[in-house]
Design a protein around this ligand. Structure first.
Ligand code: DAU
Length: 293
């Protein structure tokens, strides 16, 4: 399955931090924000990822991520000319993505949890759409899903003033290939954007939408505001300090998941400048008995 990371948008809620840098390249503790969704997709078994950006920022993303080869994956870069909404960005995907099912993650969403990788990989059977539910204290700030007692979807609403449930829909979605024709049928909402929740409603009307409520131990953080950006950074720092393991480290995920060989992992280390990040990669190599020169 092919992956999509949405890294466009204006980042206006984070201005002036985003005056010259894309939100998705800002630091979440010790690495650029986009490393987290990249590794989530890698854990889900995705090897080909389209990164959708604004035209102005595309070069910065290319400089940060490269071709993907060093991590055993392939990035394709495409431009959304105006931020007309999340599903609108799918219109700019390369032709090779247009007739394929996709897994899409918003570039400012961070998912973390035990066994999340393997459970995500097996979560989607390739038909219809699969999205997730996550209980939050502030559902009005998100797309919200209401489920009946059997777990069937009753309603979906984008940023409701009076939410019908506390289940927010994280920015992580699996779609079959019909999503590409569905985006062409959408009309802008009252706030003038194409809404991802309208895509989910289309699948619901065809009885083709499944919502899986993420387990309690899973962390879902978004980083769209100054407050949530700081909280996400603190979260990553606490876990990393406590466990001595990194979250969202593409080199490590690539090596542990078998996307790259030991020698390729050592090459990543050799190409990294002296830094605590490099020291961490060395500690992983040592754990696997690789000799670092
Ligand atoms: O974080 C989850 C929420 O994300 C969902 O619960 C909502 O249903 C969904 O609409 C979305 O809400 P946000 O208000 O947080 O979306 P935002 O405009 O911040 O955009 C999310 C990401 O998508 C961000 O990384 C920028 C990117 N984006 C956004 C738009 C509108 C694009 O690449 N192009 C766009 O046109």
């Amino acid at each position: 399955m092919k992956g999509v990371i949405l890294a466009g948008g204006t980042g206006s809620r984070l201005w002036p931090l985003t005056a010259v840098i894309s939100k998705q390249l800002l630091a979440v503790y010790d690495k650029p924000m986009i490393f987290y969704p990249v590794t989530t997709l890698m854990f889900a078994g995705v090897r080909e990822i389209a990164v959708v950006t604004t035209e102005a920022q595309q070069e910065s993303f290319k400089a940060t991520l490269g071709s993907g080869e060093k991590w055993g994956i392939k990035f394709e870069y495409c431009v959304q000319s105006e931020p007309k909404g999340i599903p609108d960005a799918l219109k700019s995907l390369p032709i090779s993505f247009k007739n394929e099912p996709i897994v899409m993650i918003l570039g400012d969403n961070l998912l973390y949890g035990m066994g999340l990788g393997s459970s995500l990989a097996g979560a989607f059977n390739g038909t219809g759409a699969l999205a997730f539910g996550y209980p939050v204290a502030n559902p009005s700030e998100y797309g919200v899903v209401e489920l009946d007692q059997k777990g069937n979807v009753k309603s979906i609403t984008e940023k409701p003033v009076s939410p019908k449930s506390n289940l927010a829909i994280p920015g992580f979605y699996f779609f079959d290939k019909s999503v590409h024709s569905k985006v062409l049928e959408l009309v802008p909402s009252l706030r003038g954007e194409l809404e991802i929740t309208d895509i989910l409603k289309m699948y619901k009307s065809q009885s083709a939408l499944r919502i899986s409520v993420l387990e309690r131990g899973t962390a879902w953080l978004d980083t769209g505001t100054v407050e949530s950006l700081i909280q996400a950074g603190e979260f990553v720092k606490v876990i990393e300090d406590r466990q001595g393991l990194k979250i969202g480290c593409p080199e490590e995920v690539a090596f542990r998941e078998g996307y790259i060989t030991g020698n390729e992992f050592l090459k990543c280390i050799n190409n990294a400048p002296t830094s605590s990040y490099r020291d961490y990669l060395i500690s992983v190599a040592v754990e696997f008995g690789l000799s670092v020169i």
